[in-house]
Write a protein that binds this ligand. Sequence first.
Ligand SMILES: [Zn+2]
Length: 271
Amino acid sequence: MTNPNTLMNSSLLAIAASINSPVEARLFAEYGAVFATTAAAPPAIIFDSADQVEEFQSSLSLGRAVFGDHEIQLQAVALRALSAAASEIADRGGSLTARAADAGGRTYTDTVRLWTRNVTRGLEHWESLDQITPERAQSIRELVAVEQIAPILEVEEKEQLFFGTFFDRSILYSVAAPGASQHLSMLAFDVAEYLDCEVDRVLARYGWYRTVPNDLPHFTYLGHDLGALPGIGLRRIEGKHGERVYDFWTPNIDRLLDSSERPQVIPVSSL
Ligand SMILES: [Zn+2]
């Protein structure tokens, strides 16, 4: 009989075991499914600089293709799967196109810009409502983007002052933390036709799934069959939006961190 634990994805397990801060734990829970990809997974939960992102991206085999109005760049294996899915959807009379110019791969600068936009707006909003003092807002503004993650998540958690686009939920539901976006790994694609159920079904057959709860247009290249996902250490979360329930595949943290489920290392002497 096969031990199901040996099938858990080794990269997902290694990253889960390396978590050493509440911020990393939170970001892994939100975006960590990407580590289970059959393509090249990013080296860390958070890239800490533009240089580290560039080094990783330059090590990849990349490709470019046009989806609708935009040319996007992705890891070659992910792009081939996406192009095949688009052809199949087109054959059925539908379409699969990019939601925006930055729907595919992004640079570190792109992700910092998006993050800073939300932080700046949020600080202005909460300052204008006297919920954050000007001194405190200024001290957060002065930090570099990656150092803003912890204080912003702390303000959200402890004071319920949210930095999402409408100030009603976490910033992480509007924009990825700088250095943690799956788009930096060149394995994410934002779909314009994300409300079309047929698109979900075809994308899943080509290894593309929703992996970030509440981010409906965002799909990630995992490269696995749907039936394999629970075994490799992911779990399905359902999210209801409007009349429809959407599936999101996220790290099964309890299982990944349960040492009794880790593959056993057998001492050589006992072989
Ligand atoms: Zn996205």
